[in-house]
Design a protein around this ligand. Structure first.
Ligand code: ATP
Ligand code: MG
Length: 247
């Protein structure tokens, strides 16, 4: 494990990812370079197939780039074996998915505490309570996922993602399954976690309004970074997307 000093939560240098080989090879990312400062909220947008999920997977150590460097905090992921990557994901990355992915047999509190348990650690109770408070689920700590609404389940998933104080929270379409109002509450929660806890969030979305909650939006087109918009508004994001070929 190579360590270097950095102030970025995530830095990618010339990351290229090619799936397959020969005739059927698909290059999903082409020489992507980007840095995310700590305590920032970044959205990733682009047409279908532009490489958004691949970008998130390479950033999170779910997938290895074909070439280039990925620094998560001060840890270089390129060249790591699967066992080391699994440890890095558990300790340094928080995941939030469209489908929540909570364990139905476990309570809210047990779901939040599960990832540290898998690494053999008990969660500090004060931190567990603070997280449940922050996501507004402390009074439902003993419920099971089936007894919760979609928005409540997603807030539990966000608490779970934060439990290890990750370098970056990675979210792939976190509001995709929620109605508009509930989705907005989840986005406001991400904004508050960034502002109040200094958490770093990287979110893939198709929704210009969702992207407008971020500090900046990174646009991908055909595997390349096609621009970055700071202080985005939904209107400006839609306009950029139209230029990238998605109306
Ligand atoms: N495991 C894989 N094997 C082969 N090709 C892949 C694989 N994963 C992604 N690709 C290809 O890489 C390109 C980028 O895919 P990716 O899933 O990153 O796009 P995306 O921007 O997330 O799209 P969407 O908005 O539809 O989710 C696509 O051409 C896709 O077909
Ligand atoms: Mg995708």
């Amino acid at each position: 494990m190579t360590r270097t000093l950095t102030t970025s939560a995530l830095r990618m240098d010339a990351v290229t990812k090619t799936y397959g080989a020969g005739e059927s090879a698909v290059t999903a990312l082409r020489e992507v370079s980007i840095g995310l400062d700590r305590g920032t909220f970044t959205a990733v947008m682009g047409p279908s197939g532009s490489g958004k999920s691949t970008f998130l997977h390479c950033a999170a150590g779910l997938d290895q780039p074909t070439s280039g460097s990925v620094l998560l905090g001060d840890v270089e992921l390129a060249g790591m074996g699967e066992a080391a990557l699994t440890a890095v994901r558990r300790e340094r990355v928080g995941f939030v998915f469209q489908a929540y992915n909570l364990m139905s047999a476990l309570t809210v509190a047990e779901n939040v505490a599960l990832v540290p348990r898998l690494s053999g650690h008990d969660v500090d109770r004060a931190w567990l309570h603070e997280l449940l408070d922050r996501v507004g689920m402390r009074d439902r700590a003993d419920r099971r996922p089936a007894q919760l609404s979609g928005g409540q389940q997603q807030r539990v998933a966000i608490a779970r993602a934060l439990v290890n104080r990750p370098e970056v929270v990675m979210a792939d379409e976190p509001t995709g399954a929620l109605d508009t109002r509930t989705g907005r509450q989840v986005l406001e929660l991400f904004g508050a976690l960034v502002a109040e806890l200094g958490q770093t969030v990287l979110m893939v979305t198709h929704d210009p309004v969702a992207a407008s909650y971020a500090d900046s939006v990174v646009f991908l087109a055909d595997g390349r970074i096609a621009g970055r918009l700071h202080h985005p508004t939904a209107a400006r994001v839609s306009e950029r997307m139209a230029h990238l070929g998605e109306v």
